[in-house]
Design a protein around this ligand. Sequence first.
Ligand code: EPZ
Length: 431
Amino acid sequence: MEKYAIIGGKPLMGEVEIGGAKNAALPILAAGVMTDDIVVIENVPDVRDTNVLMEAMESIGVKTEKISRHTVRMDSSKITECIIDSDYMKRIRASYYMIGALLGKYKHAEVPLPGGCNIGVRAIDQHIKGFRALGARVEIKNGNIIADATELRGTHIFLDKVSVGATINIMMAATMAVGKTTIENVAKEPHVVDLANFLNSMGANIKGAGTDVIRIKGVEKLHGTEYAIIPDQIEAGTYMVAAAATKGDVLVKNVIPKHLECITAKLLEIGCSVIEYDDSVRVQGNGILTNTQIKTLPYPGFPTDMQPQMTVALGIAAGTSIVTESIFDNRFKYVDELISMGASMKVEGNTAIITGVEKYTGANITAPDLRAGAALVIAALAAEGESTIDDIKYIERGYEDFDSKLRALGGNIERYASEDELRRARLKLVQ
Ligand code: EPZ
């Protein structure tokens, strides 16, 4: 099982290039099946989640070809079935985007109930409510969600809870419904907007993505397109916080600074310098970081996917900080690991109370999920001494070349898979 070995204490310095957004790539790849024409998608991150989704699509007859590492050519003209195998679903939650895409185009989808990162209860009632409102019959049988319809009909849907997944799934299905659909109280994340732009480039008629209300005029057919995915807001934010926590100086390139404003604002508040350019941001973690309060919220609020990374930075900031997680109910599992690295934190319900310590110390720790795993890597890079991080398969679900990008910034990090490799990795790590 692959792990990272890290010797911390060295400021990260230099430039890092951000890839395409994983959480945009997943629905965009799924939506690519909604036409029989060729679809070419650029800037697809080469991470486990996108690769597993492509395997799942191949299994139903979609031909996916990587023209280059980040460009995927899709041909969905010979889809043989609308049933996704449960193996894929266990490996990535996002295969549930195949429900909206297949239901929209073929009026039938059978997809196992989703797995994904264990960060709390992850209901799908709003997805089902939306499909039913569009006229689909939806039932859950033997662990599968089965949705079918003779015809989908445009309607008015009010989401009880702001949900990225439900907004995306309903938007895809409604794109090929008869008539107009209005979805209210929708998620406004950049990846929701990116999917709407992608569908529009295929001939859909979607307006309002990025606001609270999305209006869709159904179309009969979608056509092929060439489309480039937006940069990853969370990958960028992770490197920004890594620069802050290691007191480094990093230029994070190929980003949309507007998408990073909520992260930039918090970094400025805790004493970092952040300079925005047209498509990059420079973060300098000068001097002592100071405490703040953070509450995760749907976009444009502070993203739950940046909560663990920011908590790591606050763990070594002077004073007492409070972090409230309002999206998921089990997203502080990494705190115990941080405590073993010397952090002073306690979790009460959905709130972490953090008393900043001067520094972390290296420890043998385990990544509990994707973002928490990345956060623990940041802690280890900032810590004094050596750490090992187990279960990095979670991190590799969403971060491309994480170790090599960090090494290019001067981070002492090596990936290894056996005790032998660990010995070799140790020799490479700069003491
Ligand atoms: C997406 O998950 C992301 N995943 C998550 O990123 C991200 O943390 C989350 O949005 C919030 O931004 C992908 O894009 C693949 P939600 P999703 O539906 O769609 C409740 C990462 O690290 N809810 O917005 O599953 C739900 O329980 C991953 O990249 C319902 O009650 O999130 C949660 O409390 C982890 N009923 C809240 O809404 C529903 O039908 C937000 O969930 C749907 C959701």
